[in-house]
Design a protein around this ligand. Structure first.
Ligand SMILES: C[S@@+](CC[C@H](N)C(=O)[O-])C[C@H]1O[C@@H](n2cnc3c(N)ncnc32)[C@H](O)[C@@H]1O
Length: 276
């Protein structure tokens, strides 16, 4: 099924203005498939009527539901694996340097259904248990989409989802069976604070952070939006902190000279360049 081009272009423009996410003509069938459940759930006569209602702006929740449905929320536990090996190294260094303040803050900046922040939590619980017991550790996990965050807060995953990235021993250690699915243990849940946040909007009450995971979201933004975003991230990242991007994302073309690339464990992360 298709919608008229002007209607599709209107939706793409709205998504871009509100969130920075750019999608093109080639995604039209996918977008239609993702919007049909909203049409059915809300008992709206047709897709065209749904788009008209968004245009009229009569229901503020409808616009956000539509924009969230248009986004890609693909994720998995320990996605790409190597960044989590590098993370262990980063945490080891931070623990040495933060021994006086005994506090670490992580930010999973587009956390989708929670696999990424819970992978950070499992890394900490598995390798830095003593630190967890005595330090103040926070993992702030943010996303634009409220329905997706509701799933993340639930912390319950299907067999298919845990199969993607979770080895049997890790499953036994960090998950409990629950009615045919797997519920993440309290030890990890209590580390993660989920919050709604638009990366391209205002950032309410973000603390200074030690490590940022900004993975597999910038690829949906145009170059000026990416450049502005990494500039903002740099302002809330500690000078000796680390920024992880997704496997297909780099600083090429968006770095204003503010970052050094560290290559390790077959992947890379970025650290702020010392200010002169
Ligand atoms: C492909 S997922 C990536 C999840 C995870 N970071 C990973 O690498 O597996 C992208 C996520 O970015 C979120 N997103 C897209 N635009 C956003 C924005 N402007 N602000 C906050 N989150 C956004 C989407 O809701 C989606 O959950």
């Amino acid at each position: 099924m298709k919608v008229a081009d002007p209607q599709y272009e209107y939706l793409c423009g709205l998504l871009r203005r509100r969130t920075g996410v750019c999608i093109d003509e080639s995604k039209q069938y996918l977008v239609v498939a993702r919007l049909m459940p909203i049409v059915r759930q809300r008992k709206i006569p047709s897709l065209e009527t749904l788009i008209d209602r968004v245009r009229q702006g009569v229901d503020p929740t409808l616009e956000k539901d539509v924009l969230c449905a248009m986004m890609t929320h693909e994720t998995s536990f320990f996605r790409d694996r190597a960044p989590f090996e590098a993370l262990r190294e980063v945490i080891g260094g931070l623990i040495e340097r933060r021994s006086a303040e005994r506090q670490l803050t992580f930010w999973s900046a587009a956390c989708s259904t929670g696999q990424e922040p819970f992978s950070i939590a499992m890394t900490l619980a598995e390798h830095f248990r003593d630190v967890l017991a005595t330090w103040r550790i926070r993992i702030i996990a943010t996303d634009y989409s409220d329905p997706i965050l509701a799933r993340a807060r639930e912390g319950i995953y299907s067999e298919l989802e845990t199969n993607r990235g979770i080895a049997p021993a890790v499953l036994r250690r960090f998950f409990r069976p629950l009615q045919g699915r797997w519920s993440i243990v309290q030890e990890c849940r209590q580390l993660v604070e989920f919050r709604t946040m638009n990366l391209n909007g205002t950032w309410p009450m973000m603390p200074i952070v030690d490590v940022v995971f900004l993975r597999n979201v910038m690829l949906y933004f145009d170059v000026p939006t990416r450049a502005a975003l990494v500039g903002r991230v740099r302002r809330i990242l500690r000078p000796d902190g680390a920024l992880f991007l997704g496997g297909a994302e780099t600083m090429i073309g968006i770095d204003d000279g503010g970052w050094d690339r560290v290559v390790t464990h077959g992947c890379s992360y970025y650290v702020p360049k010392p200010r002169r």
